[in-house]
Design a protein around this ligand. Structure first.
Ligand code: SF4
Ligand code: SF4
Length: 168
């Protein structure tokens, strides 16, 4: 989201309709760019360039590629403060989920996110299980976590999440 020159020929006027066609993001139509979402966002406080209001304006402007390829749409901490603060009842949290779904389908998913999905398919847990943890569980006679990803794998395969490729 740098301050680059915007060329009107590169804008996609249908992008806002594509996003607001999703019921959970429909209220974005009522956004009047007040900035309350950004003001309350804990991620914006740490990374000032992460700015929900700016993203909302970029969507409306039709900066499709810039929005979908942006790292920032993956920064959200899912706290939902933005939707609680919004005077127009926009859930920017939901808007981000719509953006992430479109971005993932178009090959913009971050590598770490795709790797974590693979990890969940194997073990049912997002992060790799360390050998010390495996041994500790054995010592405590706790069940092995191996194969625990079976149900998650089925769910991920059913939703097509396993076919998502990272941006590399
Ligand atoms: S708080 Fe709501 S109306 Fe204000 S900029 Fe954010 S989304 Fe738009
Ligand atoms: S849900 Fe995401 S965008 Fe909304 S306030 Fe929390 S971190 Fe910011």
């Amino acid at each position: 989201m740098s301050n680059k020159i915007i060329r009107t020929a590169e804008l996609d006027p249908n992008f806002k309709f594509e996003v607001t066609a999703h019921e959970s993001a429909r209220d974005l139509n009522y956004c009047f760019a007040c900035g309350s979402c950004s003001a309350g966002c804990p991620i914006h406080e740490v990374f000032p360039d992460y700015n929900p209001r700016k993203l909302a304006k970029m969507i409306k402007l039709g900066l499709r590629k810039e929005v979908l390829s942006s790292d920032y749409i993956w920064y959200c901490a899912t706290c939902r403060t933005c939707e609680q603060r919004c005077p127009q009842k926009v859930s920017f949290f939901n808007v981000l989920n719509v953006l992430k779904n479109i971005a993932a389908k178009e090959g913009y998913a971050p590598t770490a996110w795709v790797e974590q999905t693979k990890q969940v398919m194997q073990t049912g847990i997002v992060f790799p299980i360390e050998e010390t943890c495996v041994k500790k569980r054995e010592q405590l006679s706790l069940p092995s976590l191996k194969g625990e990803g079976k149900k998650a794998k089925k769910l991920i395969e059913t939703t097509g999440l396993d076919e998502i490729e990272s941006r590399g």
